[in-house]
Design a protein around this ligand. Sequence first.
Ligand SMILES: Nc1nc2c(ncn2[C@@H]2O[C@H](COP(=O)(O)OP(=O)(O)OP(=O)(O)O)[C@@H](O)[C@H]2O)c(=O)[nH]1
Ligand SMILES: [Mg+2]
Length: 530
Amino acid sequence: MSSSNFHWPINSKTSSSSSSFQRSQTYHLFPFHFQPFPFQLSTSNLRTFIETHQHKTPKNSILVKSLQFHEGVDQFPPHLLPINEQETGDSEQLVNDFEDDIEDPNLFYSSAESKEEEEEDEDSRFRLRNGKEVLAEKAYLVGVEQKGVKVNSFGIEDSLKELSQLADTAGLQVVGSTYQKLAAPNPRTYIGSGKVSEIKSAIHASDVETVIFDDELSPGQLRNLEKIFGGDVRVCDRTALILDIFNQRAATHEAALQVALAQMEYQLPRLTRMWSHLERQAGGRVKGMGEKQIEVDKRILRDQIGALRKELESVRRHRKLYRTRRVSVPIPVVSLVGYTNAGKSTLLNQLTGANVLAEDRLFATLDPTTRRVQMKNGKEFLLTDTVGFIQKLPTMLVAAFRATLEEVSESSLLVHVVDISHPLAKQQIDAVDKVLSELDVSSIPMIMVWNKFDKVSDPKIIKAEAERRGNVVCLSALNGDGLDDFCNAIQEKLKDSMVWVEALVPFDKGELLSSIHQIGMVERTVSKFF
Ligand SMILES: Nc1nc2c(ncn2[C@@H]2O[C@H](COP(=O)(O)OP(=O)(O)OP(=O)(O)O)[C@@H](O)[C@H]2O)c(=O)[nH]1
Ligand SMILES: [Mg+2]
């Protein structure tokens, strides 16, 4: 039998795992029922392979079922057969060989119904990413509510719900979550030992590949938890998840550099993980070697961080130059800030006809976009859309994006866009105010926009509250309701940052008048004849 006459169904679905959640274990990269093995396996290798991953029951059963399925063509793919069996293609023997070694054959031969369920389950794990279908890793979420410590106004369940959205944005499939109330986090494992055991059982029962903690873990806690959960399970925290999303979404050179820098800074103290793993494999004998290697790796990483910083500096110098040129055109700059998914990009698109990506996902925008807005009265201002904020935003990310957010600190006016239809609108406002306080923008005038007004269930009450507070515009960026009010509010507010000028314009410089009308607000004009 030659390999060319064998028909192995190749599904169009690709099996690459998503971004930095990729791992080296082959079974993550090649789901068996979709792709042929890209390597040769002898019977004994295949058996060892199954034994090694025995706890991954559903995947193993898929493997064996695939082989059975292909008995329909009465042959195994040649590259799956042991070399000496390739000519005979003794498929029955191969399956029997497995059965001899499997204590409970039902482990692999489940009913047709559960087969369908498993296939459905596997199918639902494929996500479209950059036009390709990728396998979503299964994730389990863990949170901690510290008794007596009110770090932010989000409750633990809401915070976990948001973490789940983040995981979904990163391309993971959340299969469960849990939280614990603690007086103080456990320095070794963050959560208590009982909870660790409970999570361990839960994640092994549902084949979880990634456990995500809602708070930043120390390198030691990460290492200990991975050790307890077992070598295949990856542990990460909210910061790593957000960094991963930013990494996936960075579209411009500057954003990519900023994210790479933040990721490297995050990795630096966590480098030991890789090497302690090697030391474990070698029974601790290579400890000295590992330590030396860590130093080498840290130095390499520090060098890379230094090189990245330099490159970023040069990109920023260019942007600053561009900005300085823009400042010389005296049009006020208005910056949209707000919680992620509040509708900032939709508002910019609606007002300027721009085509900035706006979607129901967290962190759709990473790079600032500036467009000119022409109001009905002919006046203009520049509107800048910025990266959204989130509660528990990693400090290193704020630092990495500080330069991008410089635009914000140089604006004439800030517009804080709020998704007023969100049940946690108030908490989101607080989280944004917290980040803004880190950015030193308190001297810039600000107005608030209560967006998604079309979605609120009690518009009258909301409108009355907005009027009571003042300085708040209710609108719908999606359908355009309230945009005129928004432009009027901007114009009014911009007056605050203007200075009074009395100018004498000679008749032969009449063209200056139209510029003055465009960029300023003319209170009155008097004609004088000398
Ligand atoms: N119903 C309704 N949906 C809106 C409105 N404004 C925005 N949306 C939707 O909300 C989602 C998020 O909108 P974006 O404009 O991407 O939000 P953003 O603030 O730019 O989000 P980030 O870039 O992630 O910070 C999209 O699905 C929009 O269609 C609105 O006024 N009403
Ligand atoms: Mg956006």
